[in-house]
Design a protein around this ligand. Structure first.
Ligand code: FES
Ligand code: FES
Length: 233
Protein backbone atom coordinates (compact mmCIF):
# COMPACT_ATOMS: atom_id res chain seq x y z
CA UNK A 1 0.00 0.00 0.00
CA UNK A 2 2.76 2.48 0.89
CA UNK A 3 6.09 2.96 -0.78
CA UNK A 4 8.78 1.81 1.58
CA UNK A 5 11.44 0.43 -0.75
CA UNK A 6 13.50 3.55 -1.25
CA UNK A 7 16.32 4.87 0.86
CA UNK A 8 16.15 8.55 1.75
CA UNK A 9 19.17 10.29 0.36
CA UNK A 10 18.97 13.40 2.41
CA UNK A 11 17.95 14.02 5.98
CA UNK A 12 15.29 16.59 6.66
CA UNK A 13 16.49 19.21 9.14
CA UNK A 14 15.52 18.20 12.66
CA UNK A 15 12.91 20.15 14.57
CA UNK A 16 13.89 22.28 17.47
CA UNK A 17 11.77 21.99 20.61
CA UNK A 18 10.31 25.39 19.82
CA UNK A 19 9.39 24.35 16.27
CA UNK A 20 7.90 21.12 17.57
CA UNK A 21 5.65 22.91 20.05
CA UNK A 22 4.70 25.52 17.46
CA UNK A 23 3.76 22.95 14.85
CA UNK A 24 2.54 20.13 17.02
CA UNK A 25 -0.02 22.03 19.03
CA UNK A 26 -0.11 22.67 22.75
CA UNK A 27 -1.60 20.75 25.61
CA UNK A 28 -1.97 23.07 28.54
CA UNK A 29 -3.42 22.03 31.86
CA UNK A 30 -5.01 18.99 30.34
CA UNK A 31 -6.93 20.99 27.71
CA UNK A 32 -5.90 20.37 24.16
CA UNK A 33 -5.49 23.69 22.37
CA UNK A 34 -4.86 22.27 18.93
CA UNK A 35 -3.17 19.54 16.95
CA UNK A 36 -0.30 19.86 14.54
CA UNK A 37 -2.26 18.92 11.50
CA UNK A 38 -5.36 20.82 12.34
CA UNK A 39 -3.74 24.12 13.31
CA UNK A 40 -1.16 24.20 10.57
CA UNK A 41 -3.77 23.23 7.99
CA UNK A 42 -5.37 26.65 8.27
CA UNK A 43 -3.11 29.14 6.55
CA UNK A 44 -5.86 31.18 4.92
CA UNK A 45 -4.15 31.73 1.57
CA UNK A 46 -6.25 29.57 -0.70
CA UNK A 47 -6.95 30.94 -4.13
CA UNK A 48 -4.25 33.58 -4.02
CA UNK A 49 -1.24 33.87 -6.27
CA UNK A 50 2.03 34.38 -4.47
CA UNK A 51 5.77 33.87 -4.60
CA UNK A 52 7.59 32.52 -1.57
CA UNK A 53 11.33 32.88 -1.16
CA UNK A 54 12.75 30.49 1.41
CA UNK A 55 16.04 30.20 3.19
CA UNK A 56 17.33 27.30 1.11
CA UNK A 57 18.02 29.56 -1.88
CA UNK A 58 15.12 28.20 -3.89
CA UNK A 59 12.12 30.18 -5.02
CA UNK A 60 8.69 28.61 -5.10
CA UNK A 61 6.12 30.19 -7.35
CA UNK A 62 2.50 29.33 -6.86
CA UNK A 63 1.03 29.94 -10.26
CA UNK A 64 -2.65 29.14 -10.22
CA UNK A 65 -5.40 26.99 -8.83
CA UNK A 66 -5.84 23.75 -10.74
CA UNK A 67 -8.21 20.81 -10.52
CA UNK A 68 -6.56 18.18 -12.70
CA UNK A 69 -3.21 16.46 -13.04
CA UNK A 70 -0.94 18.21 -15.50
CA UNK A 71 2.11 16.77 -17.23
CA UNK A 72 5.49 18.09 -16.19
CA UNK A 73 7.11 17.01 -19.43
CA UNK A 74 7.14 19.81 -21.93
CA UNK A 75 10.06 19.66 -24.41
CA UNK A 76 9.46 23.28 -25.39
CA UNK A 77 9.67 24.50 -21.82
CA UNK A 78 13.11 25.75 -20.82
CA UNK A 79 12.04 26.22 -17.20
CA UNK A 80 14.07 23.70 -15.17
CA UNK A 81 11.57 23.71 -12.34
CA UNK A 82 9.15 20.84 -11.77
CA UNK A 83 5.46 21.40 -11.22
CA UNK A 84 3.81 20.10 -8.07
CA UNK A 85 0.04 20.03 -7.80
CA UNK A 86 -0.60 20.21 -4.07
CA UNK A 87 -4.12 20.54 -2.72
CA UNK A 88 -5.35 21.88 -6.06
CA UNK A 89 -2.63 24.48 -6.54
CA UNK A 90 0.42 24.41 -8.77
CA UNK A 91 3.87 25.10 -7.36
CA UNK A 92 6.99 25.27 -9.49
CA UNK A 93 10.10 24.17 -7.64
CA UNK A 94 13.71 23.71 -8.76
CA UNK A 95 14.29 20.26 -7.29
CA UNK A 96 17.54 18.53 -6.49
CA UNK A 97 17.42 14.90 -7.68
CA UNK A 98 17.94 13.56 -4.16
CA UNK A 99 15.21 15.61 -2.48
CA UNK A 100 12.31 13.66 -1.04
CA UNK A 101 8.69 14.69 -1.32
CA UNK A 102 8.32 15.65 2.34
CA UNK A 103 11.25 18.07 1.98
CA UNK A 104 9.66 19.80 -1.00
CA UNK A 105 6.24 19.99 0.66
CA UNK A 106 7.54 21.32 3.96
CA UNK A 107 10.73 23.20 3.23
CA UNK A 108 10.19 24.44 -0.31
CA UNK A 109 6.44 24.93 -0.62
CA UNK A 110 5.95 25.70 3.06
CA UNK A 111 3.03 23.39 3.90
CA UNK A 112 4.02 22.14 7.33
CA UNK A 113 1.02 20.08 8.40
CA UNK A 114 2.90 17.04 7.07
CA UNK A 115 5.22 15.90 9.84
CA UNK A 116 8.50 14.02 9.65
CA UNK A 117 9.13 11.56 12.46
CA UNK A 118 11.45 8.68 11.68
CA UNK A 119 12.41 9.86 8.18
CA UNK A 120 12.88 6.22 7.26
CA UNK A 121 9.49 4.75 6.37
CA UNK A 122 8.60 3.46 9.81
CA UNK A 123 6.16 5.82 11.55
CA UNK A 124 3.70 7.05 8.93
CA UNK A 125 3.71 10.64 10.21
CA UNK A 126 4.69 11.98 6.78
CA UNK A 127 1.83 10.31 4.90
CA UNK A 128 0.32 12.29 2.04
CA UNK A 129 -1.88 11.17 -0.82
CA UNK A 130 -0.34 10.91 -4.27
CA UNK A 131 -2.97 10.30 -6.92
CA UNK A 132 -5.23 9.19 -4.08
CA UNK A 133 -2.86 6.63 -2.59
CA UNK A 134 -1.30 7.06 0.87
CA UNK A 135 2.45 7.45 0.52
CA UNK A 136 5.24 7.92 3.04
CA UNK A 137 6.51 11.20 1.64
CA UNK A 138 9.90 10.74 3.32
CA UNK A 139 10.44 7.69 1.11
CA UNK A 140 9.40 9.15 -2.23
CA UNK A 141 11.70 11.18 -4.40
CA UNK A 142 10.13 14.54 -5.11
CA UNK A 143 10.77 14.19 -8.81
CA UNK A 144 8.60 11.07 -8.84
CA UNK A 145 5.66 13.04 -7.45
CA UNK A 146 5.89 15.95 -9.87
CA UNK A 147 2.87 16.24 -12.11
CA UNK A 148 0.75 14.03 -9.87
CA UNK A 149 -2.10 15.07 -7.61
CA UNK A 150 -0.74 15.51 -4.10
CA UNK A 151 -2.96 16.00 -1.06
CA UNK A 152 -1.73 17.00 2.38
CA UNK A 153 -3.51 17.55 5.69
CA UNK A 154 -4.00 21.20 4.76
CA UNK A 155 -6.67 19.97 2.34
CA UNK A 156 -8.79 18.80 5.28
CA UNK A 157 -9.34 22.25 6.74
CA UNK A 158 -10.57 25.29 4.86
CA UNK A 159 -9.63 27.60 7.73
CA UNK A 160 -9.62 27.64 11.53
CA UNK A 161 -13.40 27.57 11.65
CA UNK A 162 -14.15 25.15 8.84
CA UNK A 163 -12.85 21.61 9.18
CA UNK A 164 -13.91 18.86 6.85
CA UNK A 165 -15.65 15.77 8.24
CA UNK A 166 -12.41 13.91 8.92
CA UNK A 167 -10.53 16.66 10.73
CA UNK A 168 -13.71 17.66 12.60
CA UNK A 169 -14.18 14.07 13.80
CA UNK A 170 -10.59 13.95 15.05
CA UNK A 171 -11.22 17.19 16.96
CA UNK A 172 -14.58 16.08 18.33
CA UNK A 173 -13.16 12.78 19.57
CA UNK A 174 -9.81 14.24 20.66
CA UNK A 175 -8.15 11.55 18.57
CA UNK A 176 -4.70 12.90 19.33
CA UNK A 177 -2.57 14.03 22.21
CA UNK A 178 0.55 15.86 21.03
CA UNK A 179 -0.79 15.77 17.46
CA UNK A 180 2.48 14.94 15.76
CA UNK A 181 1.07 11.79 14.18
CA UNK A 182 -2.33 13.28 13.35
CA UNK A 183 -1.71 14.49 9.81
CA UNK A 184 -0.54 11.05 8.74
CA UNK A 185 -3.51 9.35 10.39
CA UNK A 186 -5.98 11.75 8.79
CA UNK A 187 -4.57 11.29 5.30
CA UNK A 188 -4.59 7.50 5.71
CA UNK A 189 -8.18 7.81 6.93
CA UNK A 190 -9.14 9.81 3.86
CA UNK A 191 -7.63 7.18 1.58
CA UNK A 192 -9.35 4.35 3.45
CA UNK A 193 -12.80 5.96 3.49
CA UNK A 194 -12.53 6.85 -0.19
CA UNK A 195 -12.05 3.24 -1.22
CA UNK A 196 -14.11 1.75 1.62
CA UNK A 197 -16.71 4.14 3.11
CA UNK A 198 -17.79 1.64 5.77
CA UNK A 199 -14.71 -0.21 6.99
CA UNK A 200 -14.82 -2.76 9.78
CA UNK A 201 -12.64 -2.23 12.83
CA UNK A 202 -10.35 -4.98 11.57
CA UNK A 203 -9.97 -3.22 8.23
CA UNK A 204 -9.24 0.06 9.99
CA UNK A 205 -6.59 -1.51 12.21
CA UNK A 206 -5.03 -3.16 9.18
CA UNK A 207 -5.01 0.08 7.18
CA UNK A 208 -3.52 2.11 10.00
CA UNK A 209 -1.00 -0.53 11.05
CA UNK A 210 1.79 1.40 9.34
CA UNK A 211 1.32 4.37 11.64
CA UNK A 212 2.88 4.90 15.05
CA UNK A 213 1.49 7.03 17.86
CA UNK A 214 3.81 7.28 20.82
CA UNK A 215 1.10 9.05 22.81
CA UNK A 216 -1.15 6.00 22.73
CA UNK A 217 -3.98 7.78 20.91
CA UNK A 218 -4.36 4.91 18.48
CA UNK A 219 -7.58 3.56 20.05
CA UNK A 220 -9.26 6.93 19.75
CA UNK A 221 -8.04 7.19 16.17
CA UNK A 222 -9.49 3.80 15.28
CA UNK A 223 -12.74 4.61 17.07
CA UNK A 224 -12.95 7.89 15.18
CA UNK A 225 -12.44 6.23 11.81
CA UNK A 226 -15.01 3.58 12.74
CA UNK A 227 -17.47 6.32 13.63
CA UNK A 228 -16.76 8.12 10.35
CA UNK A 229 -17.64 4.91 8.56
CA UNK A 230 -20.97 4.70 10.34
CA UNK A 231 -19.85 1.89 12.61
CA UNK A 232 -21.37 3.41 15.77
CA UNK A 233 -24.56 4.68 14.12
S1 FES B 1 8.68 10.23 8.71
FE1 FES B 1 8.11 9.13 6.94
S2 FES B 1 7.51 7.18 7.69
FE2 FES B 1 8.25 8.22 9.46
S1 FES C 1 -0.71 12.01 19.45
FE1 FES C 1 1.39 12.19 19.92
S2 FES C 1 2.36 10.81 18.56
FE2 FES C 1 0.25 10.45 18.26
Amino acid sequence: MKETNKTPLESTPSLSRRDFLKDAGLVIGGATVGSAAILSACNGDKGETKTVTNTVTNTVTETKTVTTTQSIVDPTDSDPRLTFNVNGKEYKVAVQPYWTLDFVIREQIGLTATKVGCNSGECGHCTVLVDGKPIYSCMMLASDAAGKVIETAESLCEDLMHFDRISQAFVDNQAYQCGFCTAGFMMATKALLTKNPHPSMEEIQQELSGHVCVCSAIKRVCDTVYELGGGYA
